[in-house]
Design a protein around this ligand. Structure first.
Ligand SMILES: NC(=O)c1ccc[n+]([C@@H]2O[C@H](COP(=O)([O-])OP(=O)(O)OC[C@H]3O[C@@H](n4cnc5c(N)ncnc54)[C@H](OP(=O)(O)O)[C@@H]3O)[C@@H](O)[C@H]2O)c1
Length: 257
């Protein structure tokens, strides 16, 4: 089990920490006494967050401005951490990009970049950083998925497919790492009010609290919020796929989440 208390004076890496859910997770971890490595493209926003968190919580915060869509980004981040002797106790793969609109109208290059961030970087960072945790017998990785990973989402087709990957990959890795002392869990927010989703109803702080609770749990996947969990269960498990797709198409065509 990994709790927030276990993270005191240990390093947590949070990707996509410049804003939204990632910034809220970083704040929550810093409040628990964790030192942080914050990753995103916006160097200025990362530095502002780092300065605020270290002043408020007295923790060390290192920023690594990086485009995770770049093919060498995960290895560069792993090398930076190794060169600086940073032992990663917690990896939060939170960085993500969305894709709204009909899939067939989408820009293939944009889809590639989205998949590189949501899937490739997440997978590579996990496989680069988690083996050391397994060797030590402690550590954790939280992969931020989405309720869209449980329900195919017309007009968010590529995005929700990447999140289905995150849920599936993380659950399988959870099984592979049973008994190693390493906590592996997928956390799925539903619509959350951030720069990605102005119509979101949950707060990033609520999702961050769910992440901390998920760390202390034992299961392979957690959904943020009771209503989101019910929606994922009913639409993802109970109802026939054709009906789910018909309903989802109507909701998403109206610009819903
Ligand atoms: N908001 C929702 O309704 C919702 C629902 C379900 C799941 N989620 C998931 O929650 C996670 C956080 O989403 P959010 O709502 O907080 O989104 P957000 O406010 O748009 O933040 C996304 C974060 O990812 C970073 N990022 C994006 N592209 C990147 C790249 N190429 N390289 C490095 N960092 C990159 C962004 O920083 P820079 O722009 O500075 O690079 C930012 O820090 C995502 O995985 C998202 O899919 C969100």
């Amino acid at each position: 089990m990994t709790t927030a208390t276990h993270l005191r004076d240990k390093f947590a890496v949070v990707t996509g920490a410049s804003t939204g859910i990632g910034a809220a997770i970083a704040e929550r971890l810093a409040a628990s006494g964790a030192h942080l490595v914050l990753v995103a493209r916006s160097a200025g926003k990362l530095d502002e967050t780092a300065e605020r968190l270290s002043r408020r919580h007295g923790v060390t915060v290192r920023t690594v401005p990086l485009d995770l869509a770049a093919a060498d980004a995960p290895t560069r981040l792993a090398k930076t951490l190794a060169d600086e002797g940073i032992e990663v106790e917690l990896l939060v793969n939170n960085a993500g990009v969305s894709s709204r609109g009909p899939a067939l109208d989408g820009d293939p290059a944009r889809f590639r970049s989205l998949i590189d961030v949501n899937v490739t970087a997440l997978t590579e960072l996990t496989t680069l950083l988690v083996p050391a945790m397994v060797a030590r017998g402690h550590g954790a990785v939280v992969n931020i998925a989405s309720t869209g990973g449980y329900i195919p989402s017309p007009y968010l087709a590529v995005y929700s497919a990447t999140k289905a990957f995150v849920v599936s990959f993380t659950q399988a890795l959870w099984a592979e790492t049973r008994g190693t002392g390493v906590r592996v869990v997928a956390v799925s927010p539903g619509p959350t009010k951030t720069p990605m989703n102005a119509r979101g109803t949950r707060s990033p702080e609520a999702v961050a609290a769910t992440v901390v609770r998920a760390l202390a749990g034992t299961g392979p996947a957690v959904i943020d919020g009771k209503a989101n969990a019910l929606t994922a269960f009913v639409f993802g498990r109970l109802l026939p796929t054709r009906l789910v797709l018909a309903i989802a198409r109507r909701i998403m065509a109206r610009g819903g989440d």
